[in-house]
Design a protein around this ligand. Structure first.
Ligand code: ADP
Ligand code: ZN
Length: 758
């Protein structure tokens, strides 16, 4: 028996409903139940700062009589003297004499009260430093003399004369600001002050035009969709809808109205968005409609802030949770609706343990709670669209953009001709260059998109654009420079690097990654007069840097914005009339059976960024392999055509959504030991596969990234049309001695159910 250390909560941290859900998730994804519970709870939960201790009247009395043990007396004295203390402060003050069970006992006996530290405001704040001209700065002519011999300080000072600047912004404009700034402060010319700014301060972005106050009058299309959802919400039973609506067709308006309806019926709502698109804009939109009724669960918040938001939900103070993946575990009671925006987004699948899919988890939760699920997207995942086709989900569409705004026109440029016929070796085709210059002349904005997700080394024919693929798996073969071979990362097929193209006999070249930084350099060289900014993970590590760029873009201080996927969602820049896609082929040749689907979704998504204002948009796509079917469907905005084509392909090659997959990934620092273990595993798995009904085993194959952080990586793929057979097999495989006790501790094994990145 052990001492009870503490009873920290009066309410259980996890409800029976979430306990059951986490159990289901743990089973489905072969994770530990504890791991899933941990993922479902906010990280700041065990923070020692949350709980504040104070003396109860009984504690005051006990302090007088002093018939408690000395350790307890010491605690009571301390709390008496300082009124209110956190656990951390008590621990700090008592040092070696601190015992957590003393605190717990005092609390249980009623000598100590506790309360949760909750901030008054519901909007999380952060502190930001602002730099400005000092209020009592010397008169202008005196300043001129003071700064006559310090050009750097003068420059900084002059800039601030146009208005105060947040420190990160200043740092961006003057990379070497710190010396001059310090000197200016010493001279009393400039001052810095700290202000509390809201992390999600939509107001500052002036989105008033984008977000009308009251509900809008629905278009007939919206009305039709809403009527159906309305009926399901009234029935208050589990039902899943797939709402396929082109970008700008008014899906968000429908989500908002449905959530309102659930609230009116006394129920609660979860609004899920991909991590990357939980922007101030999204939050602002929801705050504007629902005010304080919204809690935000976002990884950009500190642990304490996240905890506080979570606590508001748990206490039943807030009926709407908006957030990324983990919002599926928001501790709401009486759940009425879950909306999953951009349901196709890969970020809904967690890529570390527990490897759950938030979309599927949301559906499981809604089913248990009798809630309605709305999956929304302009480009639904193959899985969801397939289920809608089979009637498992109810299919709803919004085929048109709101108002008179047209879909952008898409123009495809053949980069082979560019090179061979026009002798243009630049990254920019003649067409792209002209289109950009036109926008500059008219004072419109351009968004240059680099379609890039990791680096794939593939081999392409310089003349006809043919890309070497695996004949069995239809994924691009990956070039390994060390051994000079081509390999399939699904079935391990190996080929020597060919000297010539098998299609046309042309010269074959190897193609590898190309980054946004390089693109920025080339763009600056070609358009020296343009104001250019780059948005990717490197340039926007901090939220304020991101927001500053966002403001610059909205207010027209940037002409060309260079970016990756980060920009494709949830950002509305009405000034952008041209979207240029530089290397559209890049993501097509990632060795993943979903690379076409992803490319289609991405290109459709970026195209949607063009022309949301009053000027119609134009999209220029540069491709080395423009004959690929994906471009046709992108250009025609034809999701359904793409779906049919892709589904037929998946059918033929036995890929999801026609089958389901489970991967078993293995990592080890030694190639030889890893290979030997792979052979052993294969021999152990073979009999299981023979017994199992309709389950196939692919591999072992090298992972697409064969060597990562000094680890060699392999995987097996289990594939089946029957979910139950597959799950049963995965459970059996997990029990194998070879998997339970791999030879040595350096092996890392991971089971991934319904993998999203292969
Ligand atoms: P989606 O989520 O499908 O991309 P949004 O809901 O963001 O589309 O709608 C696009 C734009 O149209 C937004 O500015 C929105 O305020 C506006 N909008 C939506 N519905 C209506 C409507 N019924 N009448 C007028 N404007 C609308
Ligand atoms: Zn293959």
């Amino acid at each position: 028996l052990k001492n009870l250390e503490d009873v920290p909560d009066t309410l259980p941290v996890i409800s029976p409903e979430l306990l059951a859900l986490t159990r289901t998730v743990a089973d489905r994804y072969h994770a530990g139940w504890g791991e899933v519970i941990k993922a479902a709870l906010p990280a700041g939960l065990d923070d020692e700062e949350h709980e504040l201790f104070s003396l109860s009247p009984q504690g005051e009395a006990a302090l007088q009589t002093s018939n408690l043990p000395s350790a307890a007396q010491a605690v009571l004295h301390l709390v008496h003297k300082r009124k209110q203390l956190s656990r951390k402060q008590i621990r700090h003050a008592l040092k070696k004499n601190y015992k957590s069970h003393t605190l717990a006992t005092l609390k249980l006996e009623g000598h100590l009260h506790t309360e949760t530290r909750l901030r008054k405001s519901s909007v999380p704040y952060k502190t930001e430093k602002i730099v400005r001209i000092a209020a009592d700065a010397a008169p202008q002519d005196a300043v001129e003399t003071l700064l006559a011999r310090s050009p750097k300080q003068k420059e900084l000072y002059d800039c601030l004369q146009n208005g105060e600047l947040p420190l990160p912004e200043l740092a961006k404009r003057f990379p070497k600001y710190s010396g001059p700034l310090r000197q200016l402060r010493e001279k009393g010319l400039v001052e810095t002050l700290s202000t509390q700014v809201s992390r999600f301060d939509g107001e500052a972005l002036d989105l008033s035009a984008a977000a009308p106050d009251g509900p809008l009058k629905f278009t007939p299309d919206q009305e039709k969709v809403y009527a159906t959802l309305n009926a399901a919400l009234d029935a208050a039973t589990f039902h899943t809808f797939l709402l396929q609506g082109v970008t700008g067709s008014g899906k968000t308006e429908i989500y908002i109205r449905c959530i309102q309806q659930a609230l009116d019926a006394g129920r609660t709502a979860i609004m899920m968005v991909p991590e990357i698109s939980l922007t101030p804009q999204t939050v602002f939109l929801f705050r504007r409609r629902f005010g304080e009724n919204v809690a935000i669960l976002h990884s950009g918040l500190s642990a304490v802030e996240r905890y506080l938001e979570w606590e508001k939900i748990r206490q039943g103070e807030v009926p709407i949770a908006i957030g990324a993946r983990s919002a599926v575990f928001a501790p709401l009671k009486h759940l009425g609706i879950v909306v999953i925006d951009e349901e196709h987004d890969g970020s809904y699948k967690q890529d570390s343990t527990p490897r759950y899919h938030a979309r599927e988890t949301a559906i499981a939760r809604a089913q248990a709670a009798g809630a309605v699920v709305v999956l929304g997207s302009a480009t639904p995942s193959m899985e969801s669209r397939h289920k809608a086709m089979n009637g498992e989900y109810q299919y709803l569409t919004l085929p048109k953009r709101i108002g008179t705004r047209l879909m952008p026109t898409v123009h495809l440029v053949d980069m082979r001709k560019e090179r061979d016929e026009r002798k243009n070796y630049s990254i920019f085709s003649v067409e792209m260059k002209r289109a950009i210059l036109e926008r500059m002349d008219r004072g419109e904005q351009v968004f240059l998109f680099l379609n890039r997700r990791g680096t794939a080394n593939y081999v392409v024919c310089r003349k006809c654009g043919f890309v070497f693929e695996c004949p069995h798996c239809s994924v691009s073969l990956t070039f390994h420079s060390r051994s000079k071979i081509l390999m399939c990362h699904y079935c391990n097929l190996t080929r020597v690097m060919p000297g010539h193209c098998v299609e046309c006999g042309g010269e074959v070249i190897r193609f590898s990654g190309f980054g946004t930084q390089k693109l920025e350099e080339e763009t600056r060289a070609l358009f020296p007069a343009a104001r250019i900014a780059r948005l990717d993970r490197d340039t926007t590590r901090t939220r304020s840097a991101f927001e500053a760029m966002y403001r610059d873009m909205r207010e027209g201080r940037i002409d060309i914005l260079i970016g990756t996927q980060m920009i494709t969602k949830g950002h509305d820049f009405p000034g952008v009339t041209l979207v240029g896609v530089v290397y559209a082929d890049l993501s097509l040749h990632i060795p993943d059976f979903r690379s076409c689907e992803r490319t289609f979704q991405l290109l459709t998504q970026v195209a949607g960024r063009a022309g949301r204002g009053t000027v119609p948009g134009r999209v220029v796509i540069q491709a080395h392999n423009p004959d690929h079917y994906v471009y046709d469907y992108v250009a025609r905005h034809d999701y359904n055509g793409f779906f049919d084509k892709e589904l037929a392909l998946r059918q033929r090659l036995h890929y999801p959504p026609l089958t389901q997959l489970v991967t078993l990934a293995i990592e080890h620092p030694s190639e030889a030991q890893g290979e030997a273990y792979m052979q052993h595993l294969q021999s152990q798995l073979a009999p299981l596969i023979r017994e199992a009904e309709g389950v196939e085993l692919l591999g072992p194959a090298r992972a697409a990234l064969y060597r990562l952080q000094d680890q060699y990586r392999w995987h097996f793929i289990f594939r089946s049309r029957h979910d139950e057979a597959l799950q049963a097999l995965a459970h059996k495989a997990k029990q194998l001695d070879a998997i339970q006790k791999p030879p040595g501790s350096q092996f890392k094994l991971t089971l991934d159910v319904d993998p999203v990145n292969m």
